[in-house]
Design a protein around this ligand. Structure first.
Ligand code: SF4
Length: 331
């Protein structure tokens, strides 16, 4: 694996719930001991059900969620920076290098600003250009890359379709010339035909601008299309991580297998293989003891109820956390 741009070690993001219960101060464990490396130049996927902690991990890396324990470091080209300690100018510089594309292209754009002003705002707030002419030149350059015309720049967001709005959001995220972009469910709100267009745009921007992506999605087929590596999250922890082709060919963790089996098949006559997971994902305020997945795992045994599995490192550079993965992977 190439050099990591972002390295996360033992990350915990816990939120106190504020009311004392049975002599305990309850906390919501949004992330609980997450370790992962995002290689430079990769498109790294993060998948899992709602409530698994995907968005919190993206936000923590962008320093938009409080770190309770652990460390996140970022290679800014001069050395590794500890994100948790960044303040003032160093934090401003980090914000220009690490950007976010929002999920909802309708809510993300101010209806009172022209598209030119929306895209220019990060440059002005971060003081990245010296004057209006320089700002305009940069806005036009990134707008062209995102297939927006000069005429588009004069209009307001309400005049655009969902796909066009998402291209405006992407231009805004890329205008500061970041090296790392978090795309959080960035195509989930779009029609399928528009999704493909936006995914191809992201892929070509990544290639042209030499970017690293953290691509958060609940849709594994989207992840298969765009990502090089993928991590699967369940209840605040990473249960499996691998190169995307390897994970799709040989899912090792029972939860990964359940997610993959739920992808709809294009052939209506194909055998139905979906493994239904019983019940909902448990509350992160009261996670089950032992393996967190044991309450829904189709191959759980008694040991799983009391002993949390260690994270095992694999020859493909990935990891898996399951006591019995070697016995339960289908031949
Ligand atoms: Fe299932 Fe046990 Fe593996 Fe957890 S450790 S995924 S409960 S088999």
């Amino acid at each position: 694996m190439s050099v990591p741009l972002v390295q996360v070690q033992g990350l915990e993001v816990h939120y106190p719930l504020g009311r004392r219960l049975l002599g305990r101060d309850p906390v919501l464990k949004a992330l609980d001991g997450v370790s992962v490396s995002i290689p430079k130049g990769s498109c790294f996927g993060l998948v899992g059900e709602s409530g698994s902690g995907k968005t919190t991990l993206g936000r923590a890396i962008l320093k938009a969620a409080p770190i309770s324990a652990g460390q996140i470091t970022f290679d800014d080209g001069t050395g590794r920076q500890d994100i948790g300690t960044l303040r003032g100018r160093a934090l401003k510089a980090y914000r220009s290098q690490a950007q976010l594309i929002f999920q909802d292209p309708y809510a993300a754009l101010s209806p009172r600003m022209t598209v030119r002003d929306i895209i220019a705002e990060p440059l002005e707030v971060m003081g990245l250009t010296q004057n209006r002419a320089e700002t305009d030149a940069r806005v036009r350059e990134i707008a062209e890359k995102c297939r927006l015309t000069l005429e588009h720049l004069r209009r307001y967001p309400h005049a655009f379709s969902g796909g066009q709005r998402q291209r405006i959001s992407i231009a805004r995220a890329f205008v500061s010339n970041p090296s790392f972009v978090v795309a959080d469910e960035s195509v989930a709100a779009l029609d399928v035909s528009i999704q493909a267009d936006i995914l191809n745009l992201l892929k070509s921007l990544q290639r042209d601008l030499d970017l690293t992506f953290l691509f958060i999605s609940h849709d594994l087929s989207v992840v298969a299309h765009i990502c090089d590596r993928v991590a699967v999250m369940y209840l605040g922890q990473i249960v499996e991580e691998a190169p995307v082709k390897d994970l799709f060919a040989t899912p090792r963790h029972p939860y990964t297998r359940a997610l993959l089996s739920a992808i709809p098949a294009l052939d209506p006559d194909a055998p139905k293989t979906a493994q239904r997971l019983s019940g909902d994902i448990p509350s992160p305020a009261d996670p089950p003891p032992g393996c967190r997945f044991h309450t829904r795992c189709p191959v759980a045994r008694d040991r799983c109820k009391v002993e949390a599995p260690e994270v095992e490192h694999l020859p493909n550079g990935g990891t898996v956390a399951c006591h019995y993965w070697t016995e339960t992977v289908p031949a």
